[in-house]
Design a protein around this ligand. Structure first.
Ligand code: NAD
Length: 321
């Protein structure tokens, strides 16, 4: 069995490796050659933790396994990150455990890769201004990945606590792109592409704040009850998602579906656009939303890449198991 420790991931797997892996697995999902199993997520009644599994099988790459992990809110006091993830890969021919891979950085990279894939396929080609809503841990990964997809001339950002926006300003500066903190009205009025990456449980962006032609990647809502944008905004948009079943249960689409504003069959899998089965954006005035809920197959895809690279570079720890 191969172990790829968390501390090896940074030097091993690039954002571009993750982009390629996630783009490919989304395409496989739409072709029905890869599928996710049901998500398990439980409040375990200890350490205020939420714990669960995301899992699946990709018949093309033979990636089989799960990501185990969750959220331990008191970890900061122990010098650990609150989100803890480990990815387990199994041999699809024998069921033997093939690899254990540190999943913390990979989770951030695969989540950023998903919104970047949506920008590649759905944002207007002439998009110039990128709007960021949220400035927590994931936001810098999101911003870096998005900046690879269009020659953005400016980044504007909003966060509940504006002092945290320094994190985004630094990433923008690394890429020589100007950054400005703005209110939500300006963000909606000026951004061509918007990424939302917060843990909000109430809509932050309203439908009336978004102008025609905007692409939104809604990435923060990954649990029942969370919400970043008004349900009416999704109702007025063309909605794409990583996986429709997750979108309507734990994603942003849970809200317009519950309100009866949309039916699930209006949601298009992003993989269908990647495969060319759906045209994606149809005109420059259309509002497109990518509801990125985070699927187990993304984790398996990037962990498989990490294992391949670890073996190639001689940093894989091999144990008899
Ligand atoms: P974090 O705790 O580091 O940051 C949270 C962010 O949300 C901060 O910007 C904070 O200001 C903002 N926020 C919190 N409550 C808010 C409110 N009521 N209104 C407006 N903003 C609010 O978290 P993170 O690691 O950056 O993760 C952000 C979100 O992304 C979480 O909800 C997390 O579960 C989700 N996530 C999604 C995926 C996916 O695949 N879709 C993957 C990883 C994380």
């Amino acid at each position: 069995m191969i172990i790829v420790p968390e501390h090896e991931i940074e030097g091993l797997v690039s954002a571009s490796d993750c982009f390629t892996a996630v783009e490919r697995v989304f395409a496989s999902m739409a072709q029905k050659s890869a599928y996710n199993f049901s998500v398990i997520r439980e409040a375990i009644g200890h350490a205020d933790a939420l714990y669960g599994f995301k899992s699946g099988f990709d018949r093309e790459s033979l990636a089989l396994g799960l990501k185990s992990g969750g959220f331990w809110p008191n970890n900061m006091e122990k010098g650990l990150t609150n989100h803890q993830s480990t990815i387990f890969l199994f041999d699809a021919d024998t069921g033997k455990c093939r690899a254990v891979v540190g999943g913390n950085l990979l989770t951030a990279l695969r989540t950023a890769a998903a919104s970047a894939v949506s920008i590649k396929y759905l944002a207007r080609p002439d998009a110039k201004v990128l709007g960021m809503v949220g400035a927590g841990h994931q936001s810098s990964f999101q911003l870096r990945a998005a900046l690879q997809q269009r020659p953005f001339e400016k980044v504007i950002g909003w966060n509940l606590f504006p002092e945290a926006l320094d994190r985004l300003a630094k990433v923008a500066a690394e890429h020589d792109v100007p950054f400005e903190a703005v209110d939500l009205d300006r963000l909606g009025a000026e951004a061509d592409v918007i990424i939302t990456i917060t843990s909000s449980f109430a809509p932050i962006l309203k439908a009336a704040q978004i102008r025609p032609g905007t692409h939104l990647a809604c990435m923060g809502t990954d649990t029942k009850g969370k919400q970043e944008v008004e349900a009416e905004l999704l109702a007025a948009a063309t909605i794409f998602s990583d996986e429709i079943a997750q979108s309507v249960t734990i994603g942003e689409a849970q809200h317009p579906v519950a309100k009866g504003l949309i039916s699930p069959n209006r949601i298009i899998e992003i993989g269908a656009v990647i495969n060319g089965a759906h045209p994606g954006r149809s005109n420059a005035d259309e509002i497109t939303v990518f509801d990125g809920t985070g699927v187990g197959l993304q984790d398996l895809a990037v962990a498989s890449k990490a294992v391949d690279l670890a073996v190639q570079k001689g940093v894989a720890v091999v144990v008899d198991f």
